[in-house]
Design a protein around this ligand. Structure first.
Ligand SMILES: C=C(O[C@@H]1C=C(C(=O)O)C=C[C@H]1O)C(=O)O
Length: 288
């Protein structure tokens, strides 16, 4: 087999809307052709990105940060993130209005997620409900709420569930509360909600060019939000203004000092709550 230095780097990418700005150069002229010589992109759910890096089936991946605490040897590429500094819209806890957070016994937990599930376990403890049981399920709000008291959904299915909020009441007759988990986290901790970062698997040789390719792609993506809104309005039943707001306000793509502090706060809280093994970010500096 060719060594990683000889073959293309295998990239585990997330197939939701939110990473679209990070992926711009890999998907669009004039850089896509050159990058395709160095990188092979595979599209999948966030939890699968974590699994691929853990098993060595990918070289670099957009990895839910919770995976850092359970996968030895992952290295964070500087500069890029999927984070949110307040409302995110696509990380939802949905519960029945009549059942308060402290009374929820079972939570259907989106199998696409690693990070949001860990944040939610911490939040449930902070809400005085350490006993809530998390049951893994595919993202399908109606099916989840049939099986469990509440549901956590992330990514595109969450954005669509929020759009459907009004119809949902009509369809099921059940009044639901939609908690924006990034907003809840910010309200309780004052920290941004960091979901994912680019990571390299153990043993994968990294030169500066790799980090530069990803940072440049992010910058080009952020300069092309209008084009992305138009492009994605054809792929998802969302209007351009919703997508534009999501990509330019709800999601934050720069792994800056505040996000590094957010990650440190998350790992500290997760270890204290017994949700993840203790993990220290090794002297990471935030990007500007
Ligand atoms: C903001 C989001 O962040 C995602 C949430 C993740 C998780 O919960 O593990 C992982 C990667 C991100 O794509 C989202 O998809 O809605």
């Amino acid at each position: 087999m060719a060594s990683p230095a000889q073959r293309r780097l295998r990239i585990a990418a997330i197939r939701f809307l939110n990473p679209a700005p990070l992926m711009w150069d890999f998907d669009h002229a004039p850089h896509a052709e050159r990058l395709a010589e160095r990188y092979q992109i595979d599209w999948m759910l966030p939890s699968e990105c974590a699994d691929r890096l853990a098993t060595g089936a990918a070289d670099i991946g957009l990895v839910p940060i919770a995976a850092l605490a359970v996968t030895p040897g992952l290295r964070i590429l500087p500069g890029c993130t999927i984070a949110s500094k307040d409302r995110v819209r696509s990380l939802l806890l949905v519960r029945r209005t009549r059942q308060p957070l402290s009374a929820i016994r079972t939570v259907a937990a989106d199998t696409a997620s690693r990070t949001t599930i860990a944040y939610s376990r911490i939040l449930f403890q902070k809400w005085g409900n350490a006993g809530a049981e998390f049951v893994p399920m595919a993202a399908d709000l109606d099916a989840m709420l049939e099986k469990a008291d509440a549901a956590i959904v992330i990514g595109d299915p969450a954005l669509l569930a929020l759009e459907e909020e009004a119809n949902q009441l009509e369809r099921s007759g059940e009044e639901l509360v939609y908690h924006d988990l990034a907003h809840e986290w910010r309200a309780l901790t004052g920290l941004p909600f960091v979901s994912a970062v680019w990571c390299a698997a153990p043993g994968v040789p990294l030169d500066d060019r790799v980090a530069e390719d990803f940072i440049r792609s992010r910058d080009h993506g952020l300069a092309n939000i209008e084009a992305l809104a138009e492009e994605w309005a054809g792929k998802l039943p969302l209007d351009e203004s919703t997508i534009r707001h999501y990509l330019s306000v709800n999601i934050h793509y720069v792994l800056d000092e505040e996000c590094v502090a957010g990650m440190e706060g998350f790992f500290e809280a997760a270890a204290e709550a017994g949700v993840l093994p203790r993990y220290e970010l090794a002297g990471m500096a935030g990007a500007r």
